[in-house]
Ligand binder design. Structure first.
Ligand SMILES: [Zn+2]
Ligand SMILES: [Zn+2]
Length: 182
């Protein structure tokens, strides 16, 4: 029997000319960490005004850009987080009984990713990339579509045009009149 000859797929005349979506580069302040998101279309973007995110980001709120775990993205290459690797890890229990793993650059300390592991060891299907660590020179990220969560503890004025939630997305949107914000 003859060897099967691989036949190249015929070029589709409708195939778009666009380049493959190879995601965004995630980098830190010193530049020694370079990761890549699995695509340039996140599941969602949230600005979180909770006290944990304020402290973690040392800013008024923290920004999460969510992507699904995927090969080449998360779980991270273990050599990166091994002793001597560029990425450090801390973990903490969450209110919902899971464990959050937080990844940061060992050179400059910048927080890069948060991933939640459930009690059965599975990965919650959305990994948070810290928004400011995403390189987006072409302006592809839809920042305007971001949701504001935990606005009950917000320290900045909230625009009535923003989609806001008192706590998590689970308790439904609330549009806050700007005058209400402290
Ligand atoms: Zn760094
Ligand atoms: Zn938060």
């Amino acid at each position: 029997m003859a060897e099967p000859t691989p036949t190249p797929a015929p070029a589709s005349p409708e195939a778009p000319e666009s380049t493959p979506d190879d995601g965004f580069v995630i980098t830190c302040q010193c530049g020694q960490v370079r990761l890549r998101t699995p695509s340039s279309t996140p599941i969602g973007i949230c600005h979180c005004h909770c006290t944990e995110c304020r402290r973690q980001s040392a800013s008024a709120f923290g920004t999460s850009v969510y992507f699904p775990p995927a090969e080449g993205f998360y779980p991270l290459d273990p050599t990166l987080t091994a002793p001597g690797g560029t990425i450090g890890t801390i973990s903490r229990p969450t209110d919902s009984g899971n464990t959050m793993y937080c990844y940061f650059c060992r050179g400059c300390g910048v927080r890069l990713l948060h991933a939640v592991i459930l009690p059965d060891g599975s990965i919650r299907p959305r990994v948070s990339v810290k928004g400011g660590a995403i390189e987006d020179p072409e302006g592809k990220l839809d920042w305007a579509g971001a949701k504001h969560i935990f606005v009950r503890s917000a320290v900045i004025p909230l625009s009535p045009t923003w989609e806001t939630y008192d706590t998590t997305l689970a308790n439904g949107p609330r549009f806050v009149p700007a005058k209400e914000a402290k």
